[in-house]
Write a protein that binds this ligand. Structure first.
Ligand code: GDP
Length: 296
């Protein structure tokens, strides 16, 4: 088990009964523990560095109120700062556009894009009564198209007819036409991933985006991505300007540091969390919950 930041800090501040303001040396000692906690939570080193400086600015000289210990005071400052970086409020998917509203799903292969598409579609249909069309643009893996079709059947949501020989842009355009003609509210464009970021993937993703001008571009990323989270988020955001991030496998062992890394480098909101393999395992992102998890 991880040691919580509170426990670590109470160790440091043990015997320190003095009240008043946090001194620079108190803060430095505490920040060493904060750094450790963030690195254990898989926040990328680059983001840890910037974050620690922000906390230092706020913590030195901060008044320790009577009701808390210095350790608790530092935990509170770190927690507030985490929430501030993660986004103080939940950021829902934005469907505020003329229908059909296109949502493009991007990310690496295996990140959970197709599953996420099914989860969100199911929620939109059941909770918001939306008429949804799903389209797989993965021309390299016929199994991916079939996977989406089966998912669609499972949740009773339409999928675009599979036509051999079209490229991803042609399929996306056909999907938009079909969505318009069929009176759909929302269209999901589930793009192909690759096992790692490469130029071909980025070029294809950018081309699809340019051709379809989706309202949302949701980057789907595995919460266990760890140190690579920064590269991943930055690469996708620079090339296709994502509108939000969905983190999957929050049910795994990780502590969600990728959320902080991705948000810090892109400034784009984490919108949704995948919390399991089942289609019901979808949650809105709550910054304070993830902050708690990162701090242990
Ligand atoms: P894609 O290649 O990005 O479309 O990824 P898939 O949607 O096919 O998902 C890859 C694997 O991850 C599948 O076995 C999914 O069941 C699994 N998966 C997706 N999301 C989650 C999640 O939130 N938690 C867990 N535990 N597994 C997930």
């Amino acid at each position: 088990m991880f040691q919580s930041l509170g426990d670590r800090l109470s160790g440091i501040f043990d015997g320190l009964t003095r009240r008043g303001n946090l001194s620079e040396s108190d803060v430095n000692a505490a920040l060493r523990e904060v750094r450790r906690a963030l690195i254990e939570a898989d926040v990328s080193l680059e983001v840890v560095r910037g974050f620690i400086e922000q906390v230092r600015d706020r913590a030195v000289g901060a008044e320790v109120t009577k009701s808390v210990t210095p350790g608790q005071q530092v935990v509170k400052i770190v927690n507030d700062e985490l929430v501030a970086v993660l986004g103080t409020e939940a950021a829902p998917l934005d469907l505020n556009a003329t229908p059909p509203v296109a949502i493009m799903m991007v990310g690496l292969q295996g990140a959970g894009k197709t599953t996420a598409t099914g989860k969100i579609a199911k929620r939109l249909k059941e909770k918001q009564n939306k008429k949804v069309l799903l389209a797989s643009l993965d021309t390299r893996r016929p199994a991916a198209m079939e996977q989406l079709r089966v998912l669609g059947e499972q949740i009773d949501v339409d999928t675009l007819e599979i036509v051999q020989g079209q490229n991803p842009v042609e399929i996306a355009k056909r999907a938009q036409k079909e969505a318009k003609l069929g009176g759909y509210d929302v269209l999901f464009l589930d793009t192909a991933g690759r096992t790692h970021i490469d130029e071909e993937l980025m070029a294809e993703t950018a081309e699809i985006k340019a051709a379809t001008n989706p309202h949302e571009v949701l980057l789907v990323a595995d919460a266990l991505t760890g140190q690579d989270a920064v590269n991943l988020a930055r690469s996708f955001d620079e090339r296709v300007s994502v509108t939000g991030i969905m983190l999957t496998r929050i049910d795994g062992d990780g502590r969600g540091g990728a959320a902080l890394s991705m948000r810090a480098v892109t400034g784009k909101p984490i919108k949704l969390l995948g919390t399991g393999e089942k289609l019901e395992d979808l949650e809105d992102f709550h910054p304070s919950r993830v902050a708690d998890r990162i701090l242990g």
